[in-house]
Design a protein. Structure first.
Length: 148
């Protein structure tokens, strides 16, 4: 009976672990541990980059918007398989912003890891503050994709 209880407990723990690991949302980017899905470099700056979440729940992580856009342009996965695209929030580096809600700001003074030099913000006031520090301009997600 004890072996049966241990087996049932092990099965329940395994199933709970599967449910937790199969969540349908973005995953926290772990600086120094996660690698960019496009350039394969270690993600070192949490103010840039982002993620792509597929309809099947697979998460692709990126160190720079340049890599994220390059990944999409290279058709590594079908665009129809993409459920959501997220950007790292420049002001709240561990937060991710859904692409349609992100306000993108491009500036050569940002010095992002792969030279994309685009930061994402969730608040227009934060973009204005950034524009006081960095010479640049807002860019739409659509324009960013066309530019690359």
């Amino acid at each position: 009976m004890n072996k049966l209880n241990n087996l049932i407990t092990a099965i329940v723990i395994f199933l709970m672990g599967c449910l937790v690991s199969c969540s349908n949302g973005p995953k926290k980017i772990i600086i120094g541990k996660d690698a960019c899905s496009f350039c394969k470099m270690s993600i070192a700056d949490n103010r840039f980059g982002g993620e792509i979440l597929t309809k099947k729940g697979k998460v692709y992580k990126f160190d720079d918007t340049h890599c994220l856009v390059g990944f999409i342009s290279a058709n590594i996965i079908n665009n129809s398989d993409i459920q959501e695209t997220y950007f790292a929030d420049f002001e709240e580096p561990h937060d991710l912003i859904e692409a349609p809600r992100a306000i993108l700001f491009k500036s050569n003074e940002l010095h992002s890891p792969m030279g994309g030099n685009v930061a994402a913000f969730s608040d227009q006031n934060k973009v204005k503050e950034a524009s006081n520090t960095f010479k640049g301009e807002e860019i739409t997600w659509e324009a960013l994709q066309k530019a690359n």
